[in-house]
Design a protein. Structure first.
Length: 303
């Protein structure tokens, strides 16, 4: 403790206060501080929780979320981050997948953290049955190709578990689709997702009489959002919404619908609580639907 306090140019009491603060933070991620005399201090716990904690720290920095590379230099060198970006974009283009800028930067951040942790010999473990399920998905093959390209330059080796972890993040990525793809996607969306979406819209129509249940574009767009959103919650993946405050201020009615009905129906149906970042994105889908109906949320008052 004395050596660390001296190295940081702080008093022992200040250091102890800081450690107590850090302990509270990591405990909120189901982690704990392991402290041993003549050994040091280490954050211990499930590796997924450790990576989640690191990513939250990075996302909470004040740098531009659309260009997180300035914060990621604490994790990897800039040329390595650029290679990760190129590897992702290259493989997504090959598979004709388009993702939003926010989703891309989230993906870069999580892969950068994975590379750092692999180098530190801290690896992800995924239960056999869950691993079997993930490896059967299309995202696993894409994740494998991205990992193989990253391995060429970054001197890291992705295990099956690490590739599956990358695939989980791909499953939680918000994708953009062309209109021709939309028709094909509609036929393969799980019934439970469409049921959830229609249940939300039914509740909205019951309360506000907006007739949104007839909006096929909204049903499809909202279903496409909810599928990865549920996956993100399942694996405790963090999605940042840089437009959240603007959405709350500019589209208060749409945000109210998403918060009081959308989030509530999801909680009642699936038993999960989605955070305000996801609620903000759901609000945008409602706003787009309202504008299609000529009922902009800007002018909408309480009904």
């Amino acid at each position: 403790m004395d050596d660390l306090a001296e190295e940081l140019f702080v008093s022992r009491s200040t250091l102890q206060s800081d450690i107590n603060h850090v302990r509270k933070i990591v405990e909120s991620y189901d982690l704990f501080l392991e402290q041993k005399p003549n050994y040091g201090i280490k954050v211990s716990g499930n590796e997924m929780d450790v990576r989640f904690c690191i990513s939250e720290y990075i996302f909470n920095q004040k740098a531009d979320i659309m260009d997180p590379s300035s914060d990621l230099v604490e994790i990897l060198a800039k040329d390595e981050i650029d290679w990760i970006r190129d590897s992702i974009l290259s493989k997504l283009r090959e598979h004709k997948i388009i993702i939003t800028d926010v989703s891309l930067n989230n993906l870069i951040t999580h892969i950068a953290i994975s590379c750092k942790r692999i180098r530190e010999r801290e690896n992800i473990e995924i239960y056999h049955e869950e691993l079997k399920q993930i490896t059967s998905k299309k995202e696993y093959q894409i994740a494998k190709e991205i990992a193989e390209r990253i391995e060429q330059k970054l001197n890291v080796s992705f295990s099956v578990n690490e590739i599956a972890y990358l695939a989980i993040h791909l499953q939680g990525t918000k994708k953009m689709h062309s209109s021709s793809e939309m028709e094909e996607i509609q036929t393969v969306l799980e019934d439970n997702i469409q049921y959830l979406t229609k249940n939300i819209l039914k509740q909205v129509d019951n309360i506000y009489s907006l007739d949104l249940l007839q909006d096929k574009e909204l049903i499809l767009a909202l279903s496409l959002h909810l599928k990865p959103a549920i996956n993100r919650h399942k694996y405790q993946m963090n999605l940042r919404n840089p437009l959240l405050n603007q959405i709350k201020n500019k589209y208060p009615f749409s945000y109210e619908i998403a918060l009081t009905i959308g989030a509530q129906v999801i909680k009642e149906t699936l038993g999960i609580t989605i955070d305000e970042n996801e609620i903000g994105y759901i609000a945008l889908h409602f706003e787009a639907a309202l504008e299609r109906k000529g009922k902009s949320a800007k002018n909408k008052k309480d009904v």
